[in-house]
Design a protein around this ligand. Sequence first.
Ligand SMILES: Nc1ncnc2c1ncn2[C@@H]1O[C@H](COP(=O)(O)OP(=O)(O)OP(=O)(O)O)[C@@H](O)[C@H]1O
Ligand SMILES: [Mg+2]
Length: 240
Amino acid sequence: MNSEPLYEGKAKSVYRSEEAGELVVRFRDDITAFDGEKKDVLPGKGVFNAVVSAFFFTYLEKRGIATHFIRMVNERTMIVKELAMVPLEVIVRNRAAGSIVRRYPFSEGQVLDPPVVVMDFKDDTRHDPMINDDIIVALGLLTREEIAAIRTRALEINRLLSEYFREQGITLVDFKIEFGKREGSIVLGDEISMDSMRLWDMETGESLDKDVYRFDKGDVLSAYERVVQRIIPGYFGGKE
Ligand SMILES: Nc1ncnc2c1ncn2[C@@H]1O[C@H](COP(=O)(O)OP(=O)(O)OP(=O)(O)O)[C@@H](O)[C@H]1O
Ligand SMILES: [Mg+2]
């Protein structure tokens, strides 16, 4: 783990593990937006994202969703199963916000019922263009059956996460997940964090996610910390 990272992304570093078939994922304090045009370092941010990701991977796994998560080695580092990642961003939207409002005539906050699933091709140099089933098949990324399975899985994850957030007084507006393959089956990978979800406080409508950073809406770290406080009771030892 002291060796060179296998892969250095914009917010996480991935290292080889001593154990075959496992990887070490370290959540860094870097935060970026707008294809990396805006970037900063927020000390402690990686810890908040790592603990929330670990919490939700465990939560989903208990409810029958296969995830890559194995265990935490420290508060910002997790051991995961190595996956052959599918280069797609699977986005589930319960309310219209962000790019879907810029691109289509939805109003900000409009309820999307049933939820809308969108897939983007994960390629920063091409600005992650939206993709469709025919293109996914033509590129050889997935079969039609696999696309259908991912869509069903994403909606089930949405149901489970939305329910949990609702109980904490938070609306899960939308989120992005990534899947990979392992021994022929589809497994949820990457992260589930305040960088990858849009979360609105049900009472105040305040953003509790990366939009605070994108649009300079206030103190990003304190927003992330409040999510940890509300999502993982006892994480801060009971002190508020
Ligand atoms: N279980 C896994 N096995 C293999 N690769 C994984 C696994 N989970 C996540 N990854 C990959 O590790 C990388 C994590 O890095 P990070 O999220 O910082 O960067 P990125 O996704 O390349 O860029 P972006 O900042 O656009 O998300 C991603 O490429 C992600 O697809
Ligand atoms: Mg990423």
